[in-house]
Design a protein around this ligand. Structure first.
Ligand SMILES: *Cc1c(COP(=O)(O)O)cnc(C)c1O
Length: 248
């Protein structure tokens, strides 16, 4: 079995080859390691191997891991903590309004903004001593009724409203398309998200949306070919998720 450090290197290799295949500079794509259902020890191994950006789906699970990280970082003397400095924590799962305060206090990014009320609460609750919370709008790009995300037709109004909030910094768009079997079907929703981003920027040139958070373990090549700047990878780094999680 591969170690986490080996899986991470393997995933970075996939990203580099995907960039090369479409003529994009490899530094353009950020790898977000998604550790949902995995223990802090797994995250720590990835951090020791140099990984810096971590994604969590469930608020309480993420907050618990952030607390473990801070405790370990602050107790390790000098250089021993070197591998644990500067981790960035991204919430990528659904967010309910009764959970916004802990998210505003602990996370660096939220990718799953799909309504204004959540964004307003995060902005009000972001502590003054922290930098603005970086956010992406989650878009229901394939239009399934079961999926969360703002409808593409509502995205411009939401982006303009979020951009006006003082303690948030709008960075781009995110989507979670249905799994698909072939490359054409995999690329279509990623292309649609990029085109929506381009359209929003055209309709309101004040909107700056450089980030396209799209692509997971099974479709990162398709997402990079369509312009992803951040891929969210769980299984390919940490292995399959066998344990059930407690929803929160
Ligand atoms: C779980 C999850 C991922 C990672 O999925 P893998 O297929 O394990 O790479 C990415 N994004 C979101 C929103 C997720 O919930």
């Amino acid at each position: 079995m591969e170690t986490i450090s080996e899986s991470l290197a393997h995933t970075q290799g996939r990203i580099a080859r995907a960039c090369q295949a479409c003529g994009r500079p490899p530094g353009e794509v950020t790898l977000l390691a998604v550790g949902k259902t995995k223990p802090w020890e797994a995250i720590a191994q990835a951090a020791a191997a140099g990984q810096r950006n971590f994604g969590e789906n469930y608020v309480q699970e993420g907050v618990d891991k952030i607390a473990q990280w801070q405790a370990q970082r602050d107790s390790a003397p000098g250089d021993a903590a070197g591998g644990l400095q500067g981790l960035q924590w991204h919430l990528i799962g659904p967010l309910q309004s009764n959970k916004t305060r802990v998210v505003a206090q602990h996370f660096d990014w939220v990718h799953s903004i799909d309504r204004l009320k959540i964004a307003q609460r995060l902005s009000e609750q972001r502590p003054a001593e922290l930098p603005p919370l970086q956010v992406c709008l989650q878009v229901n790009i394939s239009g399934q009724s079961s999926k969360s995300g703002v409808a593409p037709a509502q995205a411009l109004a939401l982006a303009q409203a979020v951009q006006a909030l003082p303690r948030l910094r709008l960075r781009g768009l995110m989507s979670v398309p249905e799994p698909a079997d072939d490359e054409v079907a995999r690329r279509a929703p990623h292309r649609a998200l990029r085109e929506l981003r381009d359209e929003l920027q055209r309709r309101d040139p004040r909107l700056q949306l450089p980030v396209l958070s799209m692509g997971m373990s099974d479709d990162l090549e398709a997402a990079i070919a369509e312009g992803a700047t951040l891929v969210r990878i769980g299984t390919a780094i940490f292995g399959s998720r066998t344990t059930a999680h407690a929803p929160n």
